[in-house]
Ligand binder design. Sequence first.
Ligand SMILES: NC(=O)c1ccc[n+]([C@@H]2O[C@H](COP(=O)([O-])OP(=O)(O)OC[C@H]3O[C@@H](n4cnc5c(N)ncnc54)[C@H](O)[C@@H]3O)[C@@H](O)[C@H]2O)c1
Length: 362
Amino acid sequence: MQSPLAFVTGACGLIGSEVCLYFSREGFRIAGLDNNQRAIFFGPEGDTSWTLEMLRESIPGYQHHAVDIRDRSAVLALVSQLKPGAIIHAAAQPSHDRAAAIPFDDFDTNAVGTLNLLEAARRAAPESPFIHMSTNKVYGDLPNSIRLKELDTRWDYDDSDFKNGIPESFSIDHSKHSLFGASKVAADVMVQEYGRYFGMPTCCLRGGCLTGPKHSGVELHGFLSYLIKCNVEGRNFKIYGYKGKQVRDNIHSEDVAALMMAFCKQPKAGEVYNLGGGKANSCSIWEAFQLVEAVTGKKQLYTYVEQNRSGDHICYYSDLRKIQTDFPGWRITRPLPNVIEEIASSWSRRASAKVALRDVVQ
Ligand SMILES: NC(=O)c1ccc[n+]([C@@H]2O[C@H](COP(=O)([O-])OP(=O)(O)OC[C@H]3O[C@@H](n4cnc5c(N)ncnc54)[C@H](O)[C@@H]3O)[C@@H](O)[C@H]2O)c1
């Protein structure tokens, strides 16, 4: 019997590529969809062609489809032809800040693209687990209304209801989301609806800061990856407001892929999980500087901009207890210092590879 096929959208991005490798190791055949739109959204620094080469080299029989998720008829035809046993949806316009400049591209990709894929799945593979990468931005800036305390290097919740972080029951209503957050809310609710209304095994993973060595971090997306890149390359990192004490919870992309696998083995319909590093893997920007400097030995260069990013979270970390209850075998395997070490060595390798290529070309 043939092994099952996992269809991964956004296959060349941070999450998609990790999922392709992880599911391949677990015995799935892999078909990826990605049209390198990240290079269009963010310019050459967002180019993910290097990841496509890596997938082709690493995964036997890897099939790639350079299809645009907005192309409804192409997506319907492709899913009907592939009939995947699992669908992981990680293609997206992922930036809060970029969305305001490209509202149609953002909504068409994030909301309409998700609907295209859901409907394609309902027609061709309704029994297959469908996992959607959602975001904590669906909560808009409502987490900023929780009472906070200012510590030496970070903000923290000053409300015992949130001592474990933000739970899935937190409201997604009555707050400022950014256009990105709004397009992701549309997708998130639609994914839940295909689970509740049609009974399909769907789930939304509302990500905190997802990161790892495969990220092509840019200023507008991928905070930790970009911060480390700046450190490794001696570039200036800009802090936007909140005294640099804003807190993010960071999770290695492989831990994200592991949870997706756990869901595929034990799917539910229309579920929602908050997925980040949790409090243990959270850091503020100052704390990230210290951790990175300890790994690279280089001083972090930065400038401070008084104005915070519009709608940006002051303090956010995920409450992981619902995941831990539903999937007791899953856990965070990479503490934050290890994640930072891996990212730093990946940027150093990529920098040396660029120098080597330049020397060959010259
Ligand atoms: N990285 C994070 O910190 C983070 C946090 C929360 C949620 N998420 C969510 O996780 C998902 C994956 O994020 P990521 O960090 O891997 O992003 P990424 O930008 O690294 O990957 C997304 C991939 O999708 C592809 N893509 C974009 N538009 C496309 C289109 N129209 N057609 C086909 N392919 C297209 C891009 O080329 C890119 O390779 C997104 O839904 C994002 O919103 C990410």
